[in-house]
Design a protein around this ligand. Sequence first.
Ligand SMILES: Cc1cc2nc3c(=O)[nH]c(=O)nc-3n(C[C@H](O)[C@H](O)[C@H](O)COP(=O)(O)O)c2cc1C
Length: 357
Amino acid sequence: MNNNLFSPVTLGLMSLANRMAMAPMTRNRAPEGIPTALMAEYYAQRAEAGLIITEGAQISEQAVGYPATPGIYSEEQVEGWKQITSAVHDRGGHIFVQLWHCGRVSHPDFHGGALPVAPSAIKPAGQACTYTGLQDFVTPRALEFREIPEIVEQYRHAAAMAIKAGFDGVEIHSANGYLLDQFLRDGSNQRSDAYGGSLANRARLLLEVTGAVCDEIGADRVGVRISPVNGFNDMHDSNPQALFNHVAAALSELKPVFLHVVEVSMAGEVDDAVNMQQIRDRFNGLYIANGGYDKVRGNAVIASEAADMVAYGIPYLANPDLIERFRRDASLNTPDMATFYGGDAHGYTDYPALDDA
Ligand SMILES: Cc1cc2nc3c(=O)[nH]c(=O)nc-3n(C[C@H](O)[C@H](O)[C@H](O)COP(=O)(O)O)c2cc1C
């Protein structure tokens, strides 16, 4: 019989109860970057997912780009995350933290007036979310060649801190227009050194980061997220199929346990279409599909073996018991966009489960 969303799967060292992942979602409820007890409640409510991938967690102060997002580089942050990992593990769940550097998608307000950093000094169209509201993006500062090794080391350090905090592993965020994606795509990377130009050069930083993180915590605890067609954050590439085919094949040699692919565009103009099957075929680990899936499409993509798991974002945000609802073919709660980013328990931990009624 073919597998479906409810079939177990082995992911690295772990046996997952099902093939549904909770996609990473920033919720801006970590004042001063420290994870809270409320966050532990939110993630624990969703622990029935085969795998939870947390919201993006910044790897350094320089990595910050939004208000009240959690960090994963200081001892205080590790202590905060411990509440979350233990609450999820107590419920039999598995949880990876997403390692995040916003790069140019930030604002001087987060950096004592200093410019955000990027591969090249190219200002994205759009606005940053700051503590004083939306403000136009600025032209970022291009990273010096000599600064790049330190960023690789910050990813390594964050991965070690993740294990210390009790996470089962990490997802390297190389999607959605943040720093690693900015290096990959030629709309944001026009460097002339070893980190720009050819596909190999543009993929170099992601590969160095993945190599360092795999070396630090073991490749079977490491996943990578990419978004080949996502125009969000003013991202473009002249040949996304060639780029992401190269990325998938090159990553595969480092043996991270999964490649998590945002298959849709969340905003912005879409560049050329990308055939995701070509990406999957070049990667030896598990392929996690994401973007607009429901139960029927999720089951179908797994049955056809085009994906090994499916990650659900907004459906998981609004339905703590998403799996049970899928099992029973029950209706889903309506997501409340007004409470997505920031706020308190409302729109966060108070979405009802079926059996609450
Ligand atoms: C509130 C919200 C926050 C998000 N934050 C992140 C994030 O921190 N990291 C990330 O990689 N994607 C983030 N995303 C994208 C989701 O992971 C996912 O790719 C997107 O919602 C599409 O999946 P869906 O159709 O199942 O919702 C976010 C999406 C939403 C709605």
